[in-house]
Ligand binder design. Structure first.
Ligand code: UD1
Length: 443
């Protein structure tokens, strides 16, 4: 049984790994905006009840480096976490179990009305699972579990993220969906329609909000790509370049697959510089496999380790992982992005930048339908072909439904109305800018 106490609503949001931060930021911003509206709405009427949302931010510590976590809090204006579980790295089982043990204590102490989990990382599943099994009292009351970015499916159960997605969705009470395929997948899996809400994409809320601010990034200058554009007040790169990210275990933990992918980039790297911010997992593998980046851009076995960040290695420039604003700036001005990330497929869709995804499948088919993204797999020739096609083709310009910067606002609107519907508090007393209900409920 879910909790249904009257009074102020208490929401606990979980973040843990890099892709969580930009998905959670708009939800926290929407909570702040809601609270401000309430305070303003009740100003001069102290007799009226002011039911602001109490928010608690929990960081599991799945990612802990400054470059993987800390810098994102600054860039995205995220508040300092109220609670940090300090979990750190480990095998899937160890990491998930550690988060579960620590999160259980937090949940029992805080007893929030709603636990919001985002995305598909181990922290997402760990905290959803704990919440689904906790009882706060003898009635078995517990927090509502809200999953943001629900319903995405790659139909590839060898991906840890796919297991996390399916299990999280099936223990959640509210499923906030980003694209049409998510609705369909949840329906096919028998999830009741009243749990599902097509709200849009909070990661895109962040992108739209920070797109202009990212222009102030100095990353293009640091890479030596900036010419007249900056002097004229813009960040337009005078150097044509491509951007590469690789971190998926299936791509970088296997030496052969990693080499095939790098060989697929050979032509691209002779055509233009390829900026490669290297994820810690990937950096470790580069060192372990003894890869050196040759001038043609391919990786080969070499005695030397790959040196530190920012060094030219022919056509491929290795850097440390970048902050949110620097990376957004680089994406905006790139001729092409090659990636195995899920979120970057979505971000390039909105930016209208051609994207080559080095995976066999995507859980985000809307990015292919909109025309910016193409699936290349991990075979050398297929990657080369996809790059040629993407560089030569016309740019897609479709905007997925509800990717309009208001997903966080819709989510908070639903959570608040749902909470007060179950209490004696009249939801008509909640001030809001315009009625959102009905535009995004599951049809
Ligand atoms: C995790 C997510 C993946 C997401 C990715 C973004 C899961 C199953 N995977 O993968 O979906 O796309 O984050 O980065 O949750 N490390 C550091 N510093 C850090 C964090 C990690 O050095 O701050 C190193 C550690 O050696 C660690 C390795 O990176 O063992 C992998 O980190 P982990 O969180 O296990 O998975 P990711 O590959 O980052």
């Amino acid at each position: 049984m879910e909790r249904s106490e009257a009074g102020a609503i208490k929401i606990l949001t979980v973040v843990g790994a890099r892709p969580n931060f930009m998905k959670a930021a708009p939800i926290i911003a929407a909570i702040n905006a809601h609270n401000e509206r309430l305070v303003t709405g009740y100003a001069g009427r102290p007799e009226s009840r002011v039911e602001t949302i109490r928010h608690i931010l929990v960081h599991t510590g799945q990612h802990y480096d400054e470059v993987m976590s800390g810098s994102f809090f600054n860039d995205l204006n995220l508040p300092k976490p109220d609670i940090h579980l300090g979990t750190g790295s480990g095998s899937h089982a160890t990491q998930t179990a550690e988060i579960m043990k620590k999160f259980e204590e937090v949940l029992l102490g805080e007893k929030p009305d709603t636990v919001v989990v985002v995305g598909d990382v181990n922290s997402t599943l760990a905290c959803a699972l704990v919440t689904s099994k906790i009882s706060f009292d003898s009635d078995g009351s517990r927090s509502v579990i809200a999953h943001v970015e629900a319903g995405l499916r790659s139909f590839d159960r060898s991906m840890p993220e796919e297991v996390n997605r399916i299990l999280t969705d099936h223990v959640s009470d509210l499923l906030f969906v980003t694209e049409e395929s998510g609705l369909q997948n949840l329906r096919n899996e028998g999830v009741p329609a009243d749990k599902i809400h097509f709200v849009g994409n909070t990661m895109i809320d962040s992108l739209l909000h920070f797109k202009e601010k990212a222009e102030a990034s100095t990353i293009l200058e640091k890479l030596g790509f900036l010419g007249q554009g900056r002097k004229n007040g813009g960040a337009n790169s005078s150097t044509r370049y491509a951007l590469l990210t690789l971190h998926r275990a299936s791509n970088v933990d296997n030496r052969g697959v990693f080499l095939n992918i790098m060989a697929g980039l050979e032509e691209l790297a002779t055509d233009c510089p390829v900026v490669f911010p290297v994820h810690p997992r990937t950096r470790r593998r580069i060192t372990e496999f003894g890869f050196e980046f040759s001038s043609s851009g391919s990786a080969r076995k070499h005695k030397e380790n790959v040196p530190g960040s920012g060094n030219w290695r022919g056509g491929i420039i290795l850097t440390d992982p970048l902050g949110y604003l620097d990376f957004l700036c680089l994406m905006k001005h790139a001729a092409l992005v090659v990636t195995d990330s899920g979120g970057i497929q979505e971000e390039t869709t909105i930016l209208g930048i051609p994207c080559v995804t080095v995976r066999e499948n995507t859980e985000r088919p809307i990015t292919v339908e909109c025309g910016t993204n193409t699936m290349a797999g991990t075979k050398t020739d297929a990657i080369k072909d996809a790059i040629r096609r993407q560089l030569g083709g016309t740019r897609g310009n479709g905007v997925p439904k509800n990717w309009d910067g208001r997903a966080g606002e819709r989510i908070i609107d639903i959570l608040v109305r749902r909470h007060y519907k179950k209490t004696s508090f009249r939801s008509s007393r909640i001030p809001h800018t315009e009625p959102l209900e009905g535009r995004y409920a599951c049809p």
